[in-house]
Design a protein around this ligand. Structure first.
Ligand SMILES: [Zn+2]
Length: 434
């Protein structure tokens, strides 16, 4: 038996067990067609294809626009009523039995980073379309209206979903995206209208729930051979620019004793960041990923260094307390090295937690399909963090082989994608019935 037949036998066996929730008759046997998702992923991989085997399909580029046109066609084939909203997002709607209910929303993105892969965003987008096609094939109408959203420019800072959930400012619209176009011009290029963004903005309570399937982009599920990740939330991210000021002087004539070497102090601070972040239990991460040395010459003792500190965790209070401890230690190191320290916070994104009840629904759906789950945070940003402003959200992760992402070597196995899409489908059915 081939892999697909094998997977069918596997899920058929699992669903023979008693199901933990009430399905309308016949729904428990519904399955997506994994082959259709694979066909669409393969077709999508042609847009912006690069020699390394991945794609460079940055938002508002020609490849992005053409891929979105094709995706819109697949949404139509799935019998979704389609539109491009004023923010340039693709919108597909399927009416529910009770028009008074708010929509259940599935979504993700299909833009990529430069030299990206074929799975980040694509898996969730193609699966959302296939879930809708599966409902249509089975002539199943949900109680709630269903919406499939393919957001624009996720990789440039969740721009399309931010337009929906929070609104874009004139300064946001003036920002130059990776393609070289401003966001304002990019929205026009994709068929939106930046002068009518008020028509897309939604408010808290406007959605019944939002679900997103995505590749993990980390290696935990793959290492532990667990097919389904139940995402606890999307971590908050804070950045600080830390400046150490010493005294630039001749590197040949100034004795080693008594130097005020800003880079030497910065090096000790960077080591302290790693030590302090690792010193407590948990999944918090801390990184110094950029550094600027002045004047930056072989023969001059560094007088001024600015380094960028990043901290991420699901708990904002923990991030703040770690930052506090790091700064106490760095100030001590700065004093001991005869230098001074100043800092400036340059980014603050608060964590977005997923809804505990939806996590339960996803876990139960996976269990009914015979799939093991693991609860884990998302260390990367996603459109779901924007949608969490509007209502309860849930996220399903599938394994990334080797934990590789934002790379042409990004890969998720077809069976894992099919399993993830079936969990998406059954989570949707359970939320609809609840
Ligand atoms: Zn993504």
């Amino acid at each position: 038996m081939n892999r697909r037949q094998f997977s069918r036998a596997l899920v058929a066996g699992a669903s023979a067990a008693a199901l933990p929730w009430r399905f309308a008759s016949g729904q428990s046997g519904l399955r997506v067609d994994g082959a259709v998702i694979q066909e669409h992923l393969a077709a999508l991989a042609e847009f912006g294809k690069n020699p390394e085997g991945g794609v460079s399909r940055v938002a508002y580029g020609e490849a992005d626009r053409r891929a979105r046109e094709v995706a819109l066609g697949w949404m139509r084939e799935a019998k979704l009523e389609t539109a491009i909203d004023a923010a340039g997002n693709l919108v597909g709607r399927r009416a529910g039995r009770d028009p008074s209910l708010k929509p259940l929303v599935l979504g993700s993105h299909i833009d990529s980073v430069p030299e990206g892969g074929n799975f980040d965003g694509d898996v969730g987008s193609m699966s959302a379309i296939e879930v809708s096609r599966t409902l249509d094939r089975a002539a199943t109408t949900l109680r709630h209206p269903l919406e499939v959203l393919i957001f624009q420019n996720e990789e440039g800072g969740t721009i399309g979903s931010h337009a929906l959930a929070a609104g874009l400012t004139p300064a946001d619209l003036d920002r130059v995206a990776q393609s070289g176009k401003t966001i304002r011009d990019g929205i026009r290029f994709l068929g939106g209208d930046p002068d009518r963004l008020d028509t897309v903005q939604r408010h808290r309570g406007d959605i019944a729930a939002y679900l997103e399937l995505h590749i993990e982009q980390g290696g935990i599920l793959d290492q532990r051979r667990i097919p389904i990740g139940v995402v606890l939330g999307i971590v908050g991210i804070r950045h600080w620019d830390v400046t150490i000021t010493g005294f630039a002087n001749h590197a040949g004539t100034t004795p080693m004793a008594g130097r005020k070497d800003a880079l030497l102090v910065a090096a000790r601070c960077i080591e302290a960041v790693n030590r302090i972040v690792r010193g407590i239990p948990g999944r918090q991460v801390g990184t110094v990923g950029r550094i600027q040395v002045e004047p930056g010459a072989y023969n001059v003792i560094p007088g001024r260094v600015t380094f960028g500190l990043e901290l991420r965790d699901l708990d904002d209070a923990k991030v703040k307390s770690l930052h506090e401890r790091i700064m106490v230690e760095c100030r001590r190191l700065a004093r001991a090295g005869g230098t001074t320290l100043s800092e400036r916070e340059s980014l603050a994104i608060t964590p977005a937690l997923t809804d505990p009840a939806i996590r339960g629904v996803i876990s139960a759906a996976a269990r009914a399909l015979g799939l093991a789950t693991l609860a884990l945070p998302s260390g990367a940003g996603h459109d779901a963090q924007e949608m969490a402003r509007l209502g309860p959200v849930g996220m399903i992760f599938v394994p990334s082989v080797g934990g590789i992402s934002h790379s042409p070597r990004e890969f998720t196995r077809p069976l894992d994608i099919e399993n993830g899409a079936n969990v998406l489908l059954h989570s949707l059915l359970a939320l609809d019935a609840a």
